[in-house]
Design a protein around this ligand. Structure first.
Ligand SMILES: CC(C)(COP(=O)(O)OP(=O)(O)OC[C@H]1O[C@@H](n2cnc3c(N)ncnc32)[C@H](O)[C@@H]1OP(=O)(O)O)[C@@H](O)C(=O)NCCC(=O)NCCS
Length: 170
């Protein structure tokens, strides 16, 4: 089911359109209009809004309704999973889970994230780590300085990478 999504992620450089359906949810890269929506929600949810580009995002729709989004910032040697948000009325319904899984599928480098909700990410294979690339230290500093939420930010690494890398179809 996800192989089309993985291949499509690489086609993004050519700006080709793609989408994949998981159950009744459509996950795709945002077009211009959808990207405007993403930007509004990112501002509302006070998420990382630095240097956003449509091709970094995957968004979820159901029956024409915008549900949420997730983003990968690509660095030299690692992927940073960030800017994950679900429309408030659609939370706790498994949408975030589907976006996280899709992001994991399209990532093709060791992947890290910074968050205050490690318990949310642990079931997907992310583990809190003390050692991480300089890009993630920069991210941590940014979160602490620009996105204070009264909780402690941690850096997590996706530990399934080594296993998945051997089974990718692309
Ligand atoms: C965090 C967020 C993305 C979760 O999305 P969601 O669609 O509600 O999550 P899901 O329904 O897929 O939840 C999957 C599981 O995580 C649990 N969960 C949901 N929110 C959680 C949280 N904040 N902390 C820990 N676990 C959480 C759910 O109960 C569910 O558990 P289950 O599989 O045992 O039923 C969403 O609440 C959100 O957009 N929050 C605001 C923005 C934000 O905080 N983004 C993350 C920045 S790092």
């Amino acid at each position: 089911m996800y192989s089309a999504l993985i291949k499509a992620w690489h086609l993004l450089q050519n700006k080709k359109m793609f989408s994949v359906r998981t159950s009744n949810i459509k996950i795709s890269v945002p077009g211009e209009k959808e990207f405007e929506l993403v930007k509004q929600y990112v501002a509302d949810f006070e998420l990382d809004d630095r240097e956003m580009q449509p091709i970094q995002f995957l968004i979820a729709f159901r029956c024409g309704k915008f549900l949420g989004f997730g983003r990968i910032r690509k660095h030299r040697g690692c992927d940073e999973f960030c800017t994950l948000g679900i429309v408030t009325t659609e939370r706790k319904a498994g949408i975030g889970k589907q976006i996280v899984r899709a992001i994991i599928k399209v990532s093709n480098q060791p992947m890290y994230l910074a968050c205050v909700i490690p318990k949310y990410f642990e079931p997907f294979g992310f583990k809190t780590v003390q050692s991480f690339p300089a890009e993630m230290q920069y991210k941590l500093n940014y979160c602490n300085a620009a996105l204070p939420v009264g909780a402690t930010y941690v850096v997590m690494q996706y530990e399934g990478f080594a296993k998945r890398a051997t089974s990718l179809e692309v």
